[in-house]
Design a binder for this molecule. Structure first.
Ligand SMILES: Cc1cc2nc3c(=O)[nH]c(=O)nc-3n(C[C@H](O)[C@H](O)[C@H](O)COP(=O)(O)OP(=O)(O)OC[C@H]3O[C@@H](n4cnc5c(N)ncnc54)[C@H](O)[C@@H]3O)c2cc1C
Length: 498
């Protein structure tokens, strides 16, 4: 049995801790915050409950596997809810596309009925290509360790696989190849943001994101997605994982090998193995000695080359009464989506909050989250990271207030005037996200998928420092609840049984 310290009680840290405890190890989780969950945040006001992080669950199979392997079925702990309408998309020309929850055929039909022409057929073909991409990439790129470009080179003899993935093409290129309606291109573009990226730079293989959503479903968790975190925390503790909150790891002892971590109050916690769920860039920059940083030189170099993912500007609103024609998930697209990506990533212009952003509203149709007859809105606007030196200083209160007002004006221009029904409102900026989760700049997904080599620049789960592992959204295979769960599986399998 090894003594294992996990730094951070995000979903990646807790998932890995539970898997390791079920393999017979002694596992202790050390968390900077007063509670578990990390980016899977939560807020409550006067009977209104809000997820402040993830609001959409895809690939629940990842968590089903975790729960089964650590004791009992996931559905014994939470209720996973299938939505009749997964998304209400409103385009700049006023078109409203209501996308069904699960089923590529049903989604194609909805697209055809709403957008007309041969859009349904085009979508089916696009999804068929995405299915092929999923088949090729799932095992080697998501469910296995990735060893830099070596992993790609190992595939080169499978010429057809390479052709399927189209590694030199971007998501936008692929959308343009299959789809002619600009509204469908806009729809596909949005999926790049699920990895915090720009569709004009992100790889074509991200077409697997809408494929997974439509093939395997888009789900809610009764009571909010935070309940998935609660279930995981309870599972981990029930099988012996111990948690300490309100403590920050300031150093990982690695000489001559991993022997433990130091906390901000000076205590040393010994360990045979350390699994860091904290952001990989913080691990490499702040938690290692100069000698260990040298050992991890190549990982540090790759990180320096990668573009950090975008962040998010969140507005929470308790609303009295019901908004006509609002679904659980709602997306209001702008006229000029490229301007949003240019502003976030500073392409041909200064990094800045875009004036006319895409607005996402999650208004859960869930009696456990909202007093009867009312609504609890979680609004998310993709935004540049917090970077007071070279980007946007989101700690500026004036900016926070004026951007909130700007977003609400844009929403009302898009036909949803709501100010007179607001009973409470709060805003979470990228600066708050950074403070709350210790993610540099408040990046939601660690490094972005911008660039052909992005997957290979992402930190590997197994570091060059023996017995130091990385788990969670800032390491391989990436951010979002499913991938974070997969990273936990990769790390736990690699460490193995006691
Ligand atoms: C606004 C928003 C919306 C999102 N929407 C979705 C969605 O709809 N669907 C989806 O699947 N995903 C979504 N995501 C992404 C998803 O939340 C993350 O990918 C996932 O929760 C990351 O989990 P993690 O374990 O990798 O890291 P984190 O959640 O960041 O957890 C890391 C933990 O480590 C702790 N920590 C860091 N450093 C230290 C230290 N030195 N000492 C002690 N503790 C430390 C932090 O406090 C934190 O609790 C969203 C995220 C955000 C912010």
């Amino acid at each position: 049995m090894a003594k294992i310290v996990v730094i951070g009680a995000g979903m990646g840290g807790m998932a890995c801790a539970a898997r390791l405890a079920s393999k017979g190890h002694e596992v202790q989780v050390l968390e900077h915050n007063k509670t578990w969950g990390g980016k899977l945040g939560y807020a409550e006001h006067g009977g209104h409950k809000f997820d402040t992080g993830p609001s959409l669950l895809t690939l629940p199979a990842v968590y089903r596997d975790l729960f089964l392997k650590t004791g009992a079925a996931l559905e014994d702990s939470i209720e996973i809810v299938d939505l009749d309408t997964a998304f209400r998309y409103q385009f700049a020309d006023g078109t409203v596309l209501k996308m069904p929850g699960t089923g590529i055929g049903k989604c194609a039909q909805a697209i055809g009925d709403t957008l007309g022409g041969n859009s349904a057929d085009q979508w089916r073909q696009f999804m068929r290509r995405a299915a092929d991409m999923w088949a090729v990439t799932r095992k080697p790129f998501l469910e296995s360790e990735l060893h830099g470009l070596k992993s790609l080179l190992a595939l080169t003899w499978r010429v057809n696989d390479i052709r399927t993935i189209a590694p030199t093409k971007t998501l936008r290129d692929l959308a343009n190849h299959y789809l002619t309606d600009p509204r469908l291109i806009t729809l596909v573009d949005r999926y790049a943001t699920y990895t915090g990226s720009d569709p004009r730079q992100a790889p074509a293989a991200l077409a697997t994101v809408p494929y997974v959503e439509q093939m395997f479903g888009a789900y809610h968790v009764a009571g909010g997605l935070r309940e998935l975190g609660r279930a995981l925390y309870e599972r981990a503790t029930s099988i012996g994982v111990t948690f300490e909150f309100d403590c920050t790891v300031t150093n990982i002892a690695t000489e001559p090998r991993v022997s433990g971590v130091t906390l901000d109050d000076g205590r040393f916690i010994s360990a045979d193995i350390v699994v860091a769920n904290s952001d990989a860039s913080n691990v490499y920059q702040y938690l290692l000695s100069p000698a260990a940083q040298l050992t991890a030189k190549s990982a540090r170099k790759s990180l320096a080359k990668a573009t950090p993912s975008l962040s998010g500007f969140v507005i929470l609103r308790a609303m009295s009464g019901k908004t006509p024609d609002l679904e659980h998930h709602n997306v209001f697209f702008p006229e000029n989506y490229d301007d949003e990506f240019n502003s976030i990533f500073g392409i041909n212009k200064k990094i800045s909050p875009v004036a006319e952003p895409t607005i996402y509203i999650c208004s859960p149709n869930d009696p456990k989250m909202t007093p009867r007859g009312d609504e609890s809105w979680f609004m998310l606007i993709n935004a540049p990271r917090h970077d007071p030196n070279d980007g946007v200083d989101w700690s500026n209160l004036e900016l926070k207030n004026s951007y909130t007002e700007q977003i609400l004006s844009v929403l009302s221009k898009r036909g949803f005037e709501s100010r007179d029904r607001v009973t409470w409102q709060d805003t979470i900026t990228p600066a708050d996200l950074e403070k709350n989760t210790l993610a540099p700049g408040g990046s939601i997904y660690g490094t972005s998928s911008n660039g052909m080599r992005s997957a290979f620049l992402r930190p590997e789960n197994v570091t060059k420092i023996p017995n130091l592992y990385l788990v969670g959204g800032s390491s391989h295979p990436g951010g979002g609840l499913p991938l974070v769960g997969m990273s936990a599986e990769i790390v736990a399998s690699r460490i193995g049984r006691a």
